[in-house]
Design a protein around this ligand. Structure first.
Ligand code: ADP
Length: 551
């Protein structure tokens, strides 16, 4: 695209196509993704909340069951019976049969004395007085006490549940040690995915269960402090260089907080995957749109350029031919005016020649001078006649005509025009004309213009010292006359060869070439029903071949 304005139009079209097709794509994609991600994130938050509530319910149920069992036991059995360790052992076995989580069972009086005990630490615990223990005060005050988790002698995590029983004015305590294993299992069920975690913390933010990744039992968790949180919550928190979703729920029976931790990236991975696929498809679409825009507009611009070129060519041809027509008329007028005096001069010179023969002037001492002068007058009158004749025919040629044309003769006339120029540049014009070339129906004036254009180009290409060979022959098979004009000039490079018939294409200096010669010649030959071809080899020369219909 040479013309800058075409380039500008091209850019404008391409950019507007791209903007108007890509922008809605982006807006739509962004909107869909946003909506989708909001609802998807909402779903994740909801499901985390449900999970937290569900686990909290299971834990509370577990505590309620244990507490209910112990309070039922304490409320239905009297102290006298339970003080009997044989009986207590029987009761313990029944409890154990229902649930393996009971580790031991003890009966304590209101002064903290251990009245009866069943369990693995009989020797250590039997004589112990609990009066000064925290839990003792707790159960005395509120009737039910659930302890935090501790490891104890066997280093197995467990906790105690103690319930207060009243018998008249007396109170006593039923105390059981519960293995943490079941609450561990309930909490573990919330450790979802590859990186999900779940744990329980007490009021002091100490872990009551073993998390997967977030710390060790009975230590502080590697998580924000949720020990004082209220109700059930889900929040996204930036913690230790990463975003996490934390779901929390507070147990009803014990002031413990269940914390569930999830990696949103993992939870969102189906959404992110869908986003990546959509982005890839979108990117592919954008590339296709850009390529489509570029290619279609390129093709469009090429069409536009070709049309523009044709329009310019026909405009120029019209201007050129009207100029030539005016020039032709003028030339014909002048030639006509000069023809009359020339005819008179010629006639008079002939008369003088006759007189020189008749009169006895041969004796005159200037006879030879007279005779030479008359001959010279006749010669130059003839020359002048030839010129006026040519001018007249030039004027006539401009109107498109169909006449009988002797191609060889037309070529001779063209050569005549250029002979001086060729001689001056030491260029030898050789002809090899077929004698039997048929006379064709064509327009000799226009043909001559074509021959002159091609010969002029050949002379220009050779510059100095060279040869031009003009050949004509008849091709009977296709009934055509062929004219070959070959020069031994520098030849035409491949990349130039494609353009030489384009209007305004010239490699000549400004003022020397118009770039119209060959394009006009091309259209003339086409109009005359013929074809024009070129063959060229750099360093060897160029041959133009014109084929014209013979009939
Ligand atoms: P112009 O002669 O005004 O440049 P033309 O249309 O006649 O315009 O020719 C176009 C171009 O074709 C020339 O500028 C020249 O580069 C090339 N050309 C034509 N004929 C020949 C030739 N015989 N040898 C080398 N180049 C040629």
């Amino acid at each position: 695209m040479q013309q800058p304005y075409l380039k500008k139009i091209w850019w404008e079209i391409v950019i507007s196509i791209i903007i108007f097709s890509i922008l809605p794509l982006f807006v739509l994609g962004f909107f869909i993704y946003h909506q989708f991600s909001v609802s998807y994130s909402g779903k994740i938050t909801d499901s985390l909340k449900t999970l937290a509530e569900n686990r909290q319910g299971a834990l509370d149920l577990f505590f309620e069951e244990r507490v209910a069992q112990l309070t039922t036991l304490a409320g239905t059995q009297n102290l006298e019976k339970l003080k009997d360790e044989g009986y207590l052992n029987k009761v313990f076995n029944i409890l154990q049969a229902r649930s393996r989580s009971y580790m031991d069972l003890g009966v304590i009086d209101q002064d903290g004395a251990h009245l009866a005990y069943v369990g693995p630490y009989y020797n250590i615990l039997k004589g112990v007085n609990y009066k000064n223990e925290d839990w003792f005060d707790g159960v005395m005050a509120s009737g039910i006490y659930i302890s935090d988790v501790f490891l104890g002698f066997r280093k197995v995590p467990h906790f105690i549940i103690a319930v207060l029983a009243r018998e008249g004015s007396k109170v006593w305590i039923l105390r059981a040690t519960i293995d943490s294993d079941i609450i561990e299992k309930i909490v573990q069920a919330a450790q979802v995915g590859r990186s999900g975690d779940a744990f329980l913390v007490n009021r002091a933010n100490i872990l009551q269960t073993s998390p997967r990744f977030s710390g060790k039992l009975l230590e502080k968790p590697k998580a924000p402090d949720y020990s004082w949180t209220i109700g059930t919550n889900v929040e996204e928190v930036y913690f230790e260089g990463q975003n996490f979703l934390f779901g929390t729920a507070v147990l009803k029976n014990k002031r413990w907080v269940l914390v569930i931790k999830e990696d949103p990236a993992e939870q969102l991975s189906p959404l992110l995957h869908a986003r990546d696929i959509a982005a890839t498809i979108g990117f592919g679409g954008v590339v296709l749109i850009i390529l489509g825009a570029v290619f279609t507009t390129r093709a469009m611009m090429r069409e536009l350029q070709a049309m523009e070129r044709k329009r310019a060519a026909s405009e120029d041809m019209a201007v050129q031919s009207s100029k030539m027509a005016a020039l032709g008329k003028m030339a014909a007028g002048i030639a006509h005016e000069i023809n009359n005096p020339l005819a008179v001069i010629g006639e008079k010179a002939g008369w003088m020649k006759d007189l020189l023969k008749k009169e006895d002037l041969s004796v005159s001492k200037n006879f030879q001078e007279f005779a030479d002068s008359v001959n010279r007058i006749e010669f130059h009158v003839n020359r002048a006649k030839k010129i006026t004749h040519r001018l007249l025919s030039f004027g006539r040629r401009l109107e498109p005509v169909t006449e009988k044309v002797d191609v060889n003769l037309t070529l001779d006339e063209a050569i005549d025009f250029l002979e001086n120029e060729a001689r001056y540049r030491s260029i030898d014009i050789q002809t090899d004309f077929a004698e039997d070339l048929p006379v064709i129906q064509s327009d000799s004036g226009q043909l001559q213009q074509v021959f002159l254009n091609i010969l002029n180009n050949a002379i220009d290409a050779i510059v100095k010292n060279g040869q031009i060979i003009i050949k004509t022959y008849f091709i009977s098979k296709s009934n055509r006359v062929a004219i070959e004009i070959a020069d031994y000039g520098p030849g035409i490079p491949k990349e130039v060869l494609d353009k030489i018939f384009d209007p305004f294409f010239t490699t000549k200096d400004v003022g020397r070439g118009t770039g119209l010669g060959l394009s006009i010649s091309y259209s003339i030959i086409e109009k005359l029903g013929g074809r024009i071809m070129v063959a060229s080899e750099v360093g060897q020369g160029t041959t133009f071949t014109i084929y014209l219909p013979a009939a």
